[in-house]
Design a protein around this ligand. Structure first.
Ligand code: FES
Ligand code: FES
Length: 380
């Protein structure tokens, strides 16, 4: 057992926990706060959602000892909360619960949404709530309830709600509909062709290739070659402006194969392009949409800098991976692997392609652990 000190619903708690005890078990069994429910215990269903330092978090995949010094707020800690009161009423009125098992997690996620995205429409509500699963009510009542609270808040006719701190969860940014960043002197791809308003989360990265710009530009126009550098990517059909294919990923024990299609854009003069696609994982039923934009810059000495921007959104059971820094770790690894394979391919003798993994594998023992360390590292 290890000592742990944290704040739970505003009260300081000093206790002992085994290193393997997750926060949900600690809250339920040690603190007797049984409003936090456990469904999957794999971070998928959202039933165990609590706030950790103001951010919605899955307490089933957070270790108690990693919460040293943190502030945890469970559903029991919202008794006096004006927005939560409105949500509770709306959930009752709109028949947004049946057995109630998912409801504590739903309410905490819904409150975060209401406060963070006050102008959310139905589509946004569905996307934002897609990481919380309900197995009996269906989602129409839940969506209606959240929309009614959003409307009430927008109308400004509820003094108590207006007094609630609207920016309480600013740090939590899943599915934030950000506008694509403005072009800079050496812009990351945000300034890709046919620039569109980003609809999901945007991640930017860049890498340098040890080959001249024209050569790199040429290979970016060869989709089978590009796919050949990306672990897990396969192309089944392609034309100069479109492609169909599949991307297979493995995250620890979870495997997904997103099959779909994409439109291709290229701007020869600006040396930039975009791949805009969407796909579905038949196993989990999750849907992914993503725009990958890129732009090439001459980095001097026969080298090329490649700036990449990925605007993505996930719906369904795998939407949980859109949250926190996990997906950033995933993208970082994907870009690094792609860059290494691209360098190898460009440097290989004609006709010899590097061997690329058939699956984009995320090692739960390294990336997931790094993510946890980043999440909790400040005080652990
Ligand atoms: S119990 Fe934690 S996400 Fe399902
Ligand atoms: S109300 Fe039963 S699982 Fe959602």
């Amino acid at each position: 057992m290890q000592p742990v000190s944290l704040t739970v619903n505003g009260e300081k708690v000093k206790a002992f926990a085994e290193p393997r005890t997750h926060l949900a078990d600690f809250l339920r069994e040690d603190q007797r706060l049984t409003g936090t429910h456990l469904g999957c215990e794999h971070g998928v269903c959202g039933a165990c959602t609590v706030l950790i330092d103001g951010q919605p978090s899955r307490s089933c995949i957070a270790y108690t000892v990693a919460c040293e010094g943190r502030e945890v707020r469970t559903i029991e800690g919202f008794g006096e909360d004006a927005v939560m009161a409105q949500l509770r009423t709306a959930f009752n009125q709109e028949h947004a619960l049946q057995c109630g098992f998912c409801t504590p997690g739903m309410l905490i996620a819904a409150r975060d949404l209401v406060m963070r995205v006050p102008d959310a429409d139905e589509k946004r509500v569905r996307v934002e709530m897609s990481g919380n699963l309900c197995r009996c009510t269906g989602y129409r009542g839940i969506v209606r309830a959240i929309l009614s609270v959003l409307e009430l808040r927008r109308a400004g006719n509820d003094a108590a709600m207006e007094a609630a701190p609207a920016a309480a969860n600013d740090a939590f940014t899943p599915f934030a509909a950000k506008a694509a960043p403005a072009a800079q002197a050496q812009p990351p791809v945000a300034a890709a062709p046919a620039q569109k308003q980003a609809a999901g989360t945007v991640i930017e990265d860049e890498f340098t290739v040890d080959h001249p710009l024209e050569k790199v530009w040429e290979i970016f126009g060869d989709m089978p070659a590009v796919a050949g550098c990306l672990p897990g990517a396969e192309i089944s059909e392609h034309t100069p402006t479109s492609l169909k294919g599949k991307v297979t990923t493995k995250f620890g024990p979870m495997r997904a194969a997103f099959a779909g299609s994409a439109a291709l854009e290229r701007d020869e003069s600006a040396k930039r392009g975009a791949i805009r696609g969407s796909g579905t994982d038949s196993l989990s039923g999750s849907r992914a949409r993503g725009d990958i934009s890129y732009q090439l810059f001459d980095a001097g000495s026969g080298r090329t800098r490649v700036a990449v921007a990925i605007d993505y959104s996930l719906q369904g059971p795998l939407a949980q991976f859109s949250r926190g820094g996990l997906v950033r770790e995933f993208v970082k690894k994907m870009v690094a692997d792609f860059a290494a394979n691209l360098n190898a391919r460009l440097g290989a003798p004609a006709g010899l392609a590097p061997k690329v993994a058939p699956v984009m594998e995320i090692n739960a023992g390294s990336i997931f652990w790094n993510w946890l360390k980043n999440l909790f590292g400040r005080k652990s």
